[in-house]
Write a protein that binds this ligand. Structure first.
Ligand SMILES: [Zn+2]
Length: 101
């Protein structure tokens, strides 16, 4: 569906934003997105994380937590760069679409 395609862009920016602050793992990201009103299934979230990693925007590292392997994601410098570019575009979009200037 087309609306999903739009929201996926927002979701990717959101993931990059949090991963630029601290390393985050899948369940944490899903909970954060849910807090913002996005319901994202693991079937969408994990391929999205892998794609961002493959593109060089995220770097993952595995840690054992309570006997289970957990994959943490952190934004790379390329990821931070694309986040900065996205911020400019968000600002411009808000000015036009929300503030109607
Ligand atoms: Zn957030």
């Amino acid at each position: 569906m087309l609306d999903r395609e739009f929201f996926l862009g927002f979701i990717k920016i959101h993931i990059l934003y949090h991963a630029s602050k601290e390393s985050i793992f899948g369940t944490e990201i899903a909970q954060e997105l849910a807090r913002h009103g996005y319901s994202i299934s693991p079937g969408t979230l994990y391929p999205t994380l892998h794609r961002l990693e493959k593109a060089g925007y995220l770097k993952s590292s595995s840690q054992v937590v309570e006997g289970k392997v957990r994959k943490y994601y952190l934004a790379t410098s390329a990821g931070k760069r694309v986040l900065e570019q996205s911020k400019k575009k968000i600002r411009e979009l808000v000015t036009e679409v929300i503030e109607e200037r």
